[in-house]
Design a protein around this ligand. Structure first.
Ligand code: FMN
Length: 294
C-alpha cells in the first residue's frame, strides 16, 4: 500500500506527459497537413514542367524581402504589329525551303579549326536571343569561348567527367544505345572548334539593386533559344554537337566565373565541318509518325 501511494503521483505525472505529447503531435500533424494543402491548392508551376525556377513567396503571397516586389504596376505601351503576308504558293515554297535547310542539319563531331568570323557568332546569338521567354525574362547567358587555354580546360573537365560517365555512371543500356554514334569520352572538338558556346539558364534574375526576380519556365525558355541558335548556325553553314555535359555544370560555371543563379544547360562547339567529317546515316521519322491532326 505504501509503495502504491508513493508511485501514484509518479504514474499520474507520466500519464500527463504521454497525453501532452500525443496532443502536441496531433496538432503538429494538423498544421503541416494544412500547409501542404495550402501549397498544393495554388501551385505556381505545372508539376510536369518543373525546372530549377527559384521563387520566394511569403505567407501573404508577396515575394520575400530579397525578391523584387512584382505587385508594383509596370505599364508598357502596346504598339501595332503586322507580319509579312505571303501568297499561299509562296508560303508553301518558303516552308519547304526552310524544311530542306533544317533537314540538312546534323550533329557533326569532327569540326574544322578554320576561323569563323566573330560577327557571325554574335549575330547567331542575337538571333537566339529573339526566343520567347516566360514573362519576357530572357533567362539566358551565352558564354563564347575562343581562348585556346580556356577551351582546353573545358575539355579536361568534360573528358574527366565523361570517362566516369561511360565507365561507371551510365548503365549498359545507355552505352549500347550510344554505340551507333561511335562516341566516347574523348572530345577533341573542344580544343579544335574555333568557338565553344556555353548556354547557361538563369534560374532567377539579379537586378541592379541586388533584388532577385523570378524567371518562370527558364529551362523551357532557354531550350527554345538553343533550338533557334541551332537553326541560325545551320543557316550560315556552321555545324555543332548538341551536348549537355553530365555533371560538369558546377565546374564549368566556376571556370567561366558565372554567378550561382546560372546553371549550364548546353555546350555547343561551333565551326565548319572538317573536310573528312562523317555522320551516322540516320533516318528521321516520317510526318505521319510525328503528327496527329484532330
Ligand atoms: C539534349 C541533347 C543532348 C545531346 N548530347 C550529346 C552528347 O553529349 N554527345 C554527342 O555526341 N551528341 C549529343 N547529342 C546529339 C544527338 O546524339 C543527335 O542529335 C542525334 O543522334 C540525332 O542526330 P542529328 O543531330 O545528326 O540529327 C545530344 C542531343 C541532344 C538533343
Amino acid at each position: 500500500m505504501a509503495l502504491l501511494s508513493v508511485l501514484t503521483p509518479v504514474l499520474a505525472l507520466l500519464l500527463c506527459l504521454v497525453v501532452g505529447y500525443m496532443l502536441l503531435k496531433s496538432r503538429h500533424a494538423e498544421s503541416t497537413s494544412g500547409q501542404e494543402a495550402k501549397v498544393d491548392s495554388r501551385p505556381w508551376v505545372d508539376q510536369d514542367l518543373q525546372d530549377d525556377t527559384e521563387h520566394a513567396q511569403r505567407e501573404d503571397g508577396r515575394e520575400g524581402d530579397d525578391w523584387v516586389d512584382s505587385s508594383e504596376k509596370q505599364d508598357i505601351p502596346h504598339v501595332p504589329y503586322s507580319a509579312t503576308r505571303y501568297p499561299e504558293e509562296t508560303m508553301v515554297e518558303r516552308s519547304k525551303e526552310f524544311y530542306s535547310l533544317l533537314n540538312q542539319r546534323r550533329t557533326v563531331r569532327r569540326i574544322s579549326p578554320e576561323p569563323v568570323p566573330r560577327e557571325v557568332i554574335d549575330t547567331v546569338i542575337r538571333t537566339a536571343g529573339t526566343a520567347p521567354s516566360g514573362a519576357h525574362t530572357e533567362p539566358w547567358t551565352f558564354v563564347v569561348v575562343s581562348d585556346p587555354e580556356i577551351k582546353h580546360q573545358i575539355r579536361q573537365i568534360v573528358e574527366e567527367e565523361e570517362e566516369v560517365n561511360y565507365r561507371q555512371r551510365m548503365g549498359d543500356k545507355w552505352v549500347k544505345d550510344l554505340a551507333k554514334f561511335r562516341t566516347n569520352w574523348i572530345k577533341d572538338y573542344l580544343d579544335v572548334a574555333p568557338y565553344l558556346i556555353l548556354i547557361f539558364k538563369q534560374t532567377y534574375g539579379i537586378l541592379a539593386n541586388n533584388k532577385k526576380k523570378t524567371h518562370y519556365y527558364n529551362e523551357i525558355s532557354v531550350s527554345i533559344a538553343c533550338g533557334i541558335l541551332l537553326a541560325a548556325l545551320q543557316n550560315v553553314g556552321l555545324v555543332t554537337v548538341t551536348s549537355t555535359p553530365l555533371n560538369c555544370g558546377p565546374q564549368l560555371r566556376l571556370l567561366l566565373k558565372r554567378p550561382t543563379n546560372e546553371k549550364l544547360l548546353m555546350l555547343l562547339p561551333v565551326g565548319y565541318p572538317a573536310a573528312d567529317a562523317t555522320v551516322p546515316q540516320l533516318k528521321r521519322k516520317p510526318l505521319e509518325d510525328i503528327v496527329v491532326h484532330i
